[in-house]
Design a protein. Structure first.
Length: 334
């Protein structure tokens, strides 16, 4: 893809930042090019990305395009900041196409500074049901949805930051014993119904359970705090960073701050009162959380999933230092 074409796509996608819900006019040919070129880049890079701080980490976006633009507004547009997204770009929200197209465009423009992991919704059997297929069919055609599927099947599934922070969309797996298993997962591939790849995209921590448990989703497992401790000690890691679950404050710790869940779609689906969050990791592995507040309650006739976060500066930053597995007391800044 020629640079001038790519820059034109990005500029059009950014032009609507002050007009929440405004659709961006991209051609089928342009979107196809984004899918094909990003697919090649995904396959050139490893399935377990090895990244370095400083970097900003975002959780689920789910088609909430105006909230994605707000995250970039707060964190800085690429390449001012390095980014890692943990998956679930499409479905549920109203603008999955704008969301995934901007992310793929940035991946192509800044392949060594901008990284995308696969979520459980980057899978044909899931996004066929939860909105992305219908959006592709309504605005373009089913053929384009299949081209997206080909690109999604090549996404990496995990990232390791400075050999200490392991990131994925879902969580741990009873089949995961060393990180080479992630490196060796085949691509392109659909997401199977069981096994390591499925668990990395689908599993959840459970405060109530011990060990491995049944997952209420009907897919994969839950894992208790001791499984997190056991895995981190065995692999000489300090933190697991994952997404996949709505959390009230946009981020939530588990297992004595050995795992953090990040969710970046405030007022998820227009039905939840959750905040969204983005985690910044600096060169010393200091982690801070930038918060997108949920919108105040509105009359029922004024709902909308893409106009939900309050404008202005992020509300809060919470900082903690990650150092040899020990977190110092968290500091809440004004």
């Amino acid at each position: 893809m020629e640079r001038v074409v790519l820059d034109g796509i990005i500029n059009r996608l950014l032009e609507v930042k002050d007009r929440p819900g405004k659709q961006v006019q991209l051609s089928e040919s342009e979107i196809k090019q984004l899918c094909l070129q990003s697919k090649n880049i995904f396959l050139q890079q490893p399935n377990l990305l090895e990244l370095e701080a400083p970097i900003k980490i975002c959780g689920d976006i789910h088609g909430q395009y105006s909230d994605l633009l707000r995250l970039f507004e707060y964190g800085g547009l690429p390449p001012k900041s390095n980014y890692l997204f943990l998956g679930d770009y499409v479905d549920r929200g109203k603008q999955s196409l704008e969301t995934i197209c901007l992310l793929l465009a940035y991946k192509i423009k800044y392949p060594e500074n901008f990284f995308l992991l696969r979520g459980n919704h980057e899978c044909a059997s899931v996004n066929r049901i939860y909105g992305f297929y219908d959006e592709c069919r309504r605005r373009f055609n089913v053929r384009l949805w299949k081209i997206f599927t080909d690109s999604f099947n090549c996404l990496p599934v995990a990232a390791l930051i400075d050999e200490k922070i392991l990131c994925m969309h879902g969580g741990l797996s009873p089949d995961l014993h060393n990180l080479d298993q992630i490196r060796n997962l085949p691509r392109p591939t659909d997401v199977p119904e069981t096994g390591l790849l499925c668990d990395l995209l689908w599993s959840d921590p459970s405060k109530d359970g011990k060990g491995w448990g049944m997952n209420d989703r009907g897919v994969s497992f839950t894992f208790g705090p001791e499984k997190v401790t056991e895995f981190l000690q065995k692999q000489d890691l300090d933190l697991i960073c994952r997404a996949h679950q709505v959390v009230e404050d946009g981020y939530e710790f588990f297992a004595d701050r050995q795992l953090v869940t990040i969710f970046s779609a405030p007022n998820y689906c227009g039905e939840f009162d959750n905040a969204g969050a983005m985690m910044s990791v600096d060169e010393t592995l200091m982690c801070s959380f930038q918060i997108l507040k949920p919108a105040e309650k509105k009359p029922k006739f004024g709902f909308g999933s893409t106009t939900t976060a309050k404008q202005g500066t992020p509300s809060t930053k919470t900082k903690l230092l990650l150092n040899k597995g020990v977190y110092r007391n968290s500091i809440r800044l004004p």
